[in-house]
Each structure stands twice: as C-alpha cells, then as structure tokens.
Design a protein around this ligand. Structure first.
Ligand SMILES: [Zn+2]
Length: 382
C-alpha cells in the first residue's frame, strides 16, 4: 500500500472563520498538552502516558472554562495528543541512546504558528460536487480531481498567507503495472555543493530556477531585517518573504519529483545514506539543507513505490566519506574542506563525493544480500 495525499484549496468565505477558530483552539490545546508533558518530565523525568492525558482532557472539557475546546472534534484532539506523544517518544529514545548534544524536550509552538488540525473518519463528510461538511458546516473547495473513497484522514491546514487547504490522505494499492526493471543500480551521496553525486561521478545540481528563487528569498529576507518590527513596511516585507518562501517550496518539490522520476526510470536499486531525520528536525532545529534532503528521500521512496524500484538507506554512521572505496582503508583525518584525497594504503586519488557514493552503493548492496563486487572502474593514480 502507498499513501497518497490529495490537496485542495478552500474557497474564501465568511464561514471559514469557524475553521480558523478551530485551528487556533487546536494550537491552544497543543500548548496545554505540551506544557503538561514538560512539567511531568521536569518533575518525574518520565514520559506522560498518552491515555492518561486523553482522560485528563476529557475531564477538562466538562469545565466551563475549557468548554470551548469542544469546538474542536475529539478526533482532532486525539491526533494532537498522539503527535506530541510521538515527538516525546523520540526524545526519550534519543535521551536513552545518549546522543550528543543532549536533546531538549520538544518545544512549544506559538498558537499563531500552529496551523492545522486532523480528523479521522468522524466529524466530516464529503458531499456531492465540491462541498465538504466539517463539524456541521458546509464549505466549498476548488476540486481539481476526484478523491478516492477510502480517505483515512482529513487535515485542515492554514498556510502562512492565511489561506485554508484540505489534505485528504488516502491509502491505495501499489501499482505494479508500469514496472520496468533496468537492472541498474547506483549509490548516491548528498554533497555540499552539488545536490547529488553518483558512484560513477555524475553530478546532479539543483536547477537554476530553484537557485534563483533562493537568491530572491535571501534578498527579501535581508529587506525584512532592515524594517522596524511591527511597522507597516515590516508587515508588507514579511508577506513578500512568505510568498517567495512558498514559491521556493513549490519549485523544490517540482524539482524533487522530476528528479525522482528520472532516477527511478534509470535505476532499479538506489542507495542513499540514511539521514534519520524523522522528528529530529523539531528536536534540534536542523539546517534547511537537511530538511530538503529528507523531503527528497520521502518523495523518491513514494515515486519508487509506484514503480517497483528499491530505495535502500545505508546506516548513517557508516564512514562513507573516509573509507577508500578501492581497498577499504579508512582516512581518519579527513577534513570537510578536502574535496579530494589520496589513499595512503593503495595510492588511489578520490573525489570525495564520488568515493562516498561508491561506498554507499557497496554497503547498501551487501546489506541487501546482493554482495556486489568492487567496481572495476579505472581509478586514476596519484
Ligand atoms: Zn585505498
């Protein structure tokens, strides 16, 4: 089974304020739950049980002071509790594993930034045409395609321009009909300069239109930073930044999908380093580049799933850059600035990224039990 998301924009309407209100309340509930988790951790050092938390919220909702929480469906509240619980599970796992730096508990999100709520089967219904009923009210959306019958969840999301979107998540059977296997495999390394390098030395750069949008974003952000916070000019500049940011996100997604299709057409097995990103972004505030990479891997796996292609991730602690792909010697002293290095054992000169990609490919193939032999690619000697 693969998971597909169908995204539609809600028409602007006065009644959308009810959805905005529910999103705001969901944010308040998030903060409340988050605070309880933090307090429990501070006092006991333990993980607050999610079922106890649900029971506690059910009681709170009976009190007049918290009655407004009932405006958000109970499934949406359950979803919030589960989401926080997942981030805490990861936090405790990292704590136990002794990762450095020591992780800090998942933080608060400002209500303003909290921008969605999710319903499962209850609390909403698709009506005929482009209408959807959410918590008893009917809304219209721009229906650009049909939605399959078995929707698992509906998320109502507010973007940073204040528009509302519907995300229908559907599980569909994998389509094997267009499976064409080429028999090729390749290892890939995410580079500092190039987006990807293959084990044969092919370099994949991010496209010009994406780099241009990024440059535009940087300018707009600089412009914003020069404004007086809260002023009219500041608000205007902020809106411009938000617009460009959205364009950057769209362009990047477009590039990732195109690249995923190209690569899955070309190769049957693709090996990458496991970035192990899920949830960590919230814990440590990773760099944008890392987020983009994990987004790409997500898209690649999704595209691969529909074509019968294997995307295999290699343990991220495998020293892919430092290991000589010809003889296995490990260059412990490799610095980030060294784009090329010579092997002290066998004398081969390596391009850093290509060497890493070769190792990722071999490591991936051997962990799949395919046991590929060392490539007999001619290596240029020092
Ligand atoms: Zn060597």
């Amino acid at each position: 089974m693969i998971v597909k998301t169908y995204k539609f924009k809600l028409y602007r309407a006065k009644r959308n304020r009810f959805l905005h209100q529910q999103i705001d309340i969901a944010g308040i509930i998030w903060n409340h739950c988050s605070a309880l988790h933090r307090r429990d951790y501070r006092l006991t050092g333990k993980h607050l049980n999610q079922y106890e938390l649900m029971a506690h919220i059910a009681k709170l909702k009976q009190r007049p002071r918290y009655a407004f929480w009932n405006l958000v469906g109970s499934q949406a509240i359950q979803d919030i509790v589960q989401r926080i619980d997942r981030s805490y599970t990861l936090f405790f796992r990292n704590l136990k594993a002794g990762v450095t730096p020591k992780p800090s508990p998942p933080g608060f999100r400002k209500v303003k930034k909290y921008s969605s709520f999710t319903l499962k089967q209850a609390g909403w219904k698709l009506l005929g045409g482009n209408r959807v009923k959410i918590q008893g009210r009917i809304y219209k959306f721009s229906k650009s395609r049909d939605i399959p019958a078995d929707v698992k969840t509906l998320t109502i999301k507010r973007d940073n321009l204040g528009a509302l979107w519907l995300y229908f998540v559907v599980e569909v059977a994998e389509d094997q009909s267009n499976q064409v296997l080429s028999g090729n495999s390749a290892g890939f390394d995410f580079g500092l300069k190039a987006f990807l390098t293959t084990d044969t030395g092919d370099v994949i750069e991010s496209p010009l239109y994406y780099r241009q949008a990024m440059a535009e974003l940087k300018l707009a952000q600089q412009n914003l930073s020069r404004k007086v916070k809260g002023s009219h000019g500041w608000r205007k500049a902020k809106l411009i930044v938000a617009r460009i940011q959205q364009r950057v996100v769209n362009k990047r997604r477009d590039f990732f999908f195109k690249l995923a299709h190209t690569l899955t057409d070309q190769y049957d097995r693709l090996y990458f380093e496991d970035l192990n990103m899920k949830g960590m972004q919230r814990l440590w505030g990773r760099k944008v580049g890392d987020l983009a990479r994990s987004e790409f891997l997500g898209i690649l796996k999704y595209v691969a799933g529909s074509k019968g292609t294997v995307v295999h991730l290699v343990d991220r602690f495998y020293p892919s850059s430092k290991t000589c792909s010809d003889c296995g010697w490990v260059y412990q002293g490799l610095k980030l600035s060294e784009r090329q290095w010579g092997c002290a054992n066998c004398g081969v000169l390596h391009d850093r990224d290509q060497n890493a990609a070769s190792n990722i490919r071999r490591e991936g193939a051997s962990s799949l039990g395919l046991g590929e032999v060392r490539p007999d690619r001619p290596a240029f000697a020092v």
